[in-house]
Design a protein around this ligand. Structure first.
Ligand SMILES: Cc1cc2nc3c(=O)[nH]c(=O)nc-3n(C[C@H](O)[C@H](O)[C@H](O)COP(=O)(O)O)c2cc1C
Length: 205
């Protein structure tokens, strides 16, 4: 069963919106569902700040990451909350048709979407929406979730739709992203290669 889930094909996306404030998160659950009108869907965990902000604004955008998108961007948008920091601050931010923030660097395209329906999917809300604008930036290869996991050795946080609990191992687990350092002793000042922070908790089998 796990293997079937792990081998589903999906991409890597940045969802942005603005309710009370600008917010955004990484997802791998964005899909086209109809062509005329152009309808899309995205699954966002109810505890993500971006979910609350989309519920407020009834609009969101999605940019498609290319394979050069780096771990700084992915960890900032994928492991931290917009509630406590302005995630867009370090980037060259642009604004779409609906005045929502987006980042063009290392993205292949942009979709701007008005929400038509919210569907309750237990831990997540499915936002079904109609595309107001779709912009093609370049022909660079889009990053797949498989590429993220296998080439960039990326991890998935508990709030992602695709999160799977890992088997028990000995080592040290990153308090933010769950990355596991295997070994008896954590090197002094060890920095998490995924999210860049330094807080770890010892774990045992
Ligand atoms: C590879 C990857 C895939 C993710 N997929 C999803 C997803 O499909 N849906 C979701 O709600 N969160 C997903 N997340 C988790 C959110 O990006 C993460 O919880 C983020 O910190 C939420 O930020 P926010 O509180 O500012 O909205 C994913 C994260 C990563 C790194």
């Amino acid at each position: 069963m796990l293997k079937a889930y792990n081998n589903l094909t999906s991409g890597m996306y940045l969802v942005g919106t603005k309710g009370d404030k600008e917010s955004g998160c990484i997802v791998n659950t964005f899909e086209q569902v109809a062509a005329s009108p152009e309808m899309v869907v995205v699954a966002i965990n109810k505890d993500n700040y971006t979910c609350k902000q989309i519920r407020k604004s009834k609009k969101f955008n999605v940019t498609v990451l290319d394979e050069n998108a780096d771990m700084n961007l992915i960890s900032r948008f994928g492991f931290f909350s917009s509630e406590f920091e302005d995630k867009y601050k370090p980037f060259n931010v642009k604004y779409d048709l609906l005045e929502l923030p987006y980042i063009e660097d290392n993205m292949t395209s942009l979709f701007t979407v008005r929400v038509k329906e919210e569907i309750d999917a237990s831990t997540h809300i499915l936002f079904l929406g109609e595309v107001s604008e779709a912009v093609w930036f370049n022909d660079k290869p889009a990053m797949t979730y498989k590429y993220y996991k296998e080439e960039l050795k990326g991890k998935t946080p508990p709030k992602a739709s695709s999160y799977q609990k890992s088997k028990a191992v000995s080592g040290y687990k990153c308090d933010v992203c769950g990355y596991i350092y295997r070994g008896e002793t954590l090197p002094v000042d060890y920095i998490c290669p995924i999210c860049g922070q330094t807080h770890f908790t010892k774990i045992t089998d």
